[in-house]
Design a binder for this molecule. Structure first.
Ligand code: NAP
Length: 303
C-alpha cells in the first residue's frame, strides 16, 4: 500500500481507501447482496491490506454505515485507522451540526473523527458558523481535520475564508476516467494549496470495471438514476481501452485496478472505492501498487 499526507495535517492516509456508502443502503443491495457480517469482514480485511482510510457519512443507510464501522473497529487499535465522516446539509443551525457530530461519534463508537466533512454545499447550511464551531471541536480533540465535499473551487475558497486558525484538509469530489472536469481548475489548485482531493466514485459506480456496457448497466433505480444523471450519455470507449490494457498487462490485472491506478496516479489525490465483497476489496487494494507508464496514460486518453 502507498500512503500520503492528508492536506497539511500530518495524518497519513492510504492512496486507496474504503468507501462505505454500500453499507446499509438497500439500493446497493444491503440485506441481499451484502449484509452486516460481510461488511465487518470487508472493513477488517481492508485494515490487514494496509487500507487505513475509511469514508462514511451520517446519511449512508441513515446511520447504518457508521454503526457497522463502529462495530468492525471495536477490537482494533483506534489510532491505526483514519475515519472520515460527513454532515449532510439539512442541518440548518450550528447546534444542529454539532449534534450531528455527537451522533456520528456515538454510532462510530469513538471519541474522535479524523476527518469531518461537509457533504454538499447548500444555501441553507450555516457554513461560516459551522466551520468556526468545527475549529473549536478540532481544538478540543473531537475531530482532527475539517474537509468539504462536492465544493467547487469558488465554494471551497469561500469555506477557507471562514476558517480562522486551521485550513481545510480535503475536498471530496467525484473524479474518474469518465468525469474529468476537476482537472481543469480544482485539482491543480488543491495541489498548489496542499488540499487533498478525495476521489469518490473512482470506478464510476462499477462502470469502469468492465462488467457493464451499452444496454448492460447496474440494476436498481437509485444507481441508474445516479449514473444517468451523472454521465448523461456514456462513452464506452474508455472502458474498452481499460479492458484491452488489462489484457495486455496480463497477470490477472483487471480494468477496475487500472481505473483506480489512473485516479491515484499523481500526488495529492486518493481514491475511496466502495467494495461489496472481499474479492473486490482485494483487487482494489492491489491497485495502489500499480504504476501506469506514459504510454498507458496516453492509451487511456480518449478524445
Ligand atoms: N461525497 C459524496 O457526495 C459521495 C458520493 C458518492 C460516493 N461517495 C463515497 O465514495 C465511495 C465510492 O463511490 P461509489 O460507491 O459511488 O462508487 P465506486 O467506488 O466507483 O463503485 C463502487 C461499486 O463498484 C463495484 N465494484 C467495486 N470494486 C469492484 C471491483 N474490483 N470489480 C468489480 N466491481 C467492483 C461494486 O458494486 P457492484 O458489485 O454492485 O457492481 C461497488 O459497490 C462511496 O462508498 C462513498 O464512501 C461520496
Amino acid at each position: 500500500m502507498r500512503y500520503e499526507q492528508l492536506g497539511r495535517t500530518g495524518i497519513r492516509v492510504s492512496k486507496i481507501g474504503l468507501g462505505t456508502w454500500q453499507f446499509g443502503a438497500s439500493y446497493w443491495g444491503w440485506g441481499k447482496e451484502i449484509d452486516e457480517g460481510e461488511a465487518i469482514s470487508i472493513i477488517r480485511r481492508a485494515l490487514e491490506l494496509g487500507i487505513n482510510f475509511i469514508d462514511t457519512a451520517e446519511i449512508y443507510g441513515w446511520g447504518r454505515s457508521e454503526r457497522v464501522i463502529g462495530k468492525a473497529l471495536s477490537q482494533v487499535d483506534r489510532e491505526e485507522v483514519v475515519i472520515a465522516t460527513k454532515v449532510f446539509p439539512y442541518r440548518v443551525t450550528v447546534s444542529g451540526v454539532l449534534k450531528a457530530l455527537r451522533n456520528s461519534l456515538r454510532r462510530l463508537n469513538t471519541s474522535y473523527v479524523d476527518l469531518y466533512q461537509i457533504h454538499w454545499p447548500s444555501p441553507i447550511f450555516p457554513l461560516k458558523g459551522a466551520l468556526r464551531a468545527l475549529e473549536r471541536e478540532l481544538e478540543e480533540g473531537r475531530i482532527r481535520a475539517i474537509g468539504v465535499s462536492n465544493f467547487s473551487l469558488k465554494q471551497m475558497e469561500e469555506a477557507r475564508s471562514y476558517l480562522q486558525r486551521h485550513d481545510l484538509a480535503s475536498n471530496q469530489i467525484e473524479y474518474n476516467l469518465l468525469k474529468r472536469d476537476p482537472e481543469r481548475d480544482l485539482i491543480p489548485h488543491c495541489r498548489r494549496e496542499g488540499i487533498t482531493i478525495i476521489a469518490y466514485s473512482p470506478l464510476a459506480q462499477g462502470l469502469l470495471t468492465g462488467k457493464y456496457g451499452p444496454g448492460r448497466i447496474p440494476k436498481g433505480l437509485q444507481r441508474r438514476l445516479n449514473i444517468w444523471h451523472l454521465y448523461g450519455r456514456i462513452d464506452w470507449t474508455v472502458v474498452e481501452r481499460l479492458k484491452e490494457l488489462a489484457k495486455r498487462k496480463g497477470g490477472g490485472t483487471g480494468p477496475a485496478q487500472l481505473a483506480l491506478a489512473w485516479v491515484i496516479r499523481e500526488k495529492g489525490v486518493v481514491a475511496i472505492p466502495g467494495a461489496k465483497s472481499l474479492e473486490q476489496l482485494q483487487e482494489n487494494a492491489e491497485a495502489a501498487e500499480m504504476e501506469l507508464s506514459d504510454k498507458d496514460l496516453s492509451f487511456l486518453e480518449v478524445p
